[in-house]
Each structure stands twice: as C-alpha cells, then as structure tokens.
Design a binder for this molecule. Sequence first.
Ligand code: HEC
Ligand code: HEC
Length: 271
Amino acid sequence: MRTNRILNVVGVLAISLGLPAVARAGGDATAGKAKAMACAACHVSDAAANTDIPHLAGQRATYIAKQLKAFKAGDRKNPLMNALAGSLNEADIVNLSAFWAGEAAGSDNKVAPEVAAIRKSKMTFPKDFPKGFTLYSTFNKEAQGLVAKQYINAAGLAAVKAGKPISDGAVIIMVNYVPKVDADKKPVVDKDGIWATDKIKGYEGMEARAGWGKDLPELLRNNTWGYAVFTSDKAVNNEINQAVCLTCHIPAAANNYVFGVKKMQAAAAAK
Ligand code: HEC
Ligand code: HEC
C-alpha cells in the first residue's frame, strides 16, 4: 500500500533523526485543566491586547512541554515563567501541555470573568500612609530611572521584630519617585549614590489579609497576599495584572513571599 510505504519512510526518517516515530505527549488533559486557570491569568488575552505573552491554545503539546522544561531548568529565561515552572512537576507539565494543545486555536482570545477576577487586586491604598509606617529601604531602580522608598506598617514590623513570617495585617508600600535632574538631565545624587527625589510617579503595594488568596489558583497563590499598583493619586491601576506580581514573588515563598526581610530586620534593629 502506498500509504503504508509513506508511513514507513516517515518512520525510518524519524528514527534516523533520533526522533520518536510517533510523538505522543501522553498527558491527562482533564488533570491539566484543573491547573490551567493559573496559565489563563496571563496567557488568555483579547486579540487586540498589547502584550508579548504568546497564546497557548492549539499549540503542539510536545512544544509546550519542551518550553516548560526549559523554563524549569533555567535554559530558557523569563523571570515569570522561570518562577512558575519551578513549581510544576513532570506530571503537571505533560498534563498542562495536553490540556492547552487540546483547546481550539483562538479559543483563548476572550478574557472570561473568572480570569478577570484573578487579575484584579483586592488591595486599596492605606488611608493614613505614611503614618504608622517605617521606611526600611531606599534605592535607585536604574532600569526604570526611578528612586524607590519602601515602607512597612506596624503589624508587619512587629512580625519582623518577633522573628515571625510577615503575614496577615501587614502592608508594604513601595513609593516610586522620579529623580531630580540637573541642567544636563542627569539625576542629582543625594547621598550614598542614591538619587534625589522629585515628584511621586506612583506606588506598588502588597497586603496580607486573612481570607484573601483562597479564590486564586493554587499555582499563583501567595498565601493571603494581594498586590496592587497605584497612581500618584493613590487610585488602583486596574490595567495591572496581579498575576504578574504573584508569579514573580514565588521565589520568595520561604519568607512568606517577601523579598526584603533582611532589610526590614536591619531597620527594626536600628529603631
Ligand atoms: C504571570 C504571567 C504568566 C503566567 C501565570 C504564565 N505564563 Fe507562560 N509565559 C508568560 C510570558 C511573559 C511568556 C513569554 C516568555 C518569553 O518571552 O520568553 C510565557 C511563555 C510561555 C510559554 C512559551 C510559549 C512559546 O510560544 O514559546 C509556555 C509554553 C508557557 N508560557 C506556558 C505556561 C503555562 C502552562 C502556564 C500555567 C501553568 C503559564 N505559562 C503561566 C507569562 C506567564
Ligand atoms: C520581575 C519580578 C517581579 C515582579 C514582576 C514584581 N516583583 Fe515585587 N519585588 C521583586 C523583587 C526581586 C523585590 C525585592 C526588591 C528589593 O527590595 O530589592 C520585590 C519587592 C517588592 C515589594 C517590597 C516587599 C518585598 O517583597 O521585598 C513590594 C511591595 C512589591 N515588590 C510589589 C510588587 C507589585 C505590586 C508587583 C506587581 C505589579 C510586583 N511587585 C511585581 C520582584 C518582582
């Protein structure tokens, strides 16, 4: 039979290239679906959305699995995918790959309400800020051309002092300033190489509250933390996808998702 001959030729070719004759992902799409909401939080977007995050629906399972393994191993670099793939095991990888491969191409072009809910923050700007907060760190964000000042509230600082994980009741605020510039438009250095501050560009915050986080996909959940970006007028910027913050803070899980604990300890000791 002609068809058989073609199949045989393909088989021989595949063997000679060291490829499996039949590439089967062998994943369980139903098990994958149970975890796929975490992916949808970033990968589902309107066709017209201004994003560089690729779609996954209809992609080949073998390709998806290969990329996830490369992110997990750090061979392909992206801070978000490296953080997320780090918490996937082999079974998760093949199951998620099978799920996304089985979705029709183009079906991830519409943001469902449950996906929008993951992206949206529950946090609001702390009313009396900076009253009751302690400044624990100031540094230049060279890449963004901003100066950051980081503050922690009394509940958070009390946990730091007690050597406990910073958790429910804690609020951390990062104020991003535009640096003051000289006549040559170069930032004016204040002291210790830190730029002098001009006006406030905006704020980034994280807040832990009992009950928060339980409606977030387990892969993204940072216990009870929620994240938000605020404008200079202290209004929540709803364009920001909270999943991005949650994902990038996963590597700090050992310190309950807070990176700057050491700096907070130093500030608490100096107080
Ligand atoms: C916080 C946002 C975010 C989440 C959550 C997320 N991704 Fe990604 N993903 C990205 C970004 C950004 C890229 C592009 C990386 C790059 O530029 O290399 C990406 C790339 C990928 C790629 C490579 C695609 C390609 O065309 O090469 C795969 C596969 C992937 N993600 C799978 C997943 C899966 C599976 C999940 C859920 C378990 C997931 N991602 C969750 C942001 C995210
Ligand atoms: C690319 C990874 C990455 C992303 C994305 C990210 N963060 Fe962070 N975040 C960090 C790191 C690393 C630090 C520690 C910086 C430092 O203090 O030197 C940090 C620190 C913070 C802090 C101070 C408390 C702490 O953990 O040390 C706040 C508040 C914060 N981020 C809020 C946010 C918010 C809000 C978002 C989402 C809009 C976000 N982050 C997204 C990596 C990230």
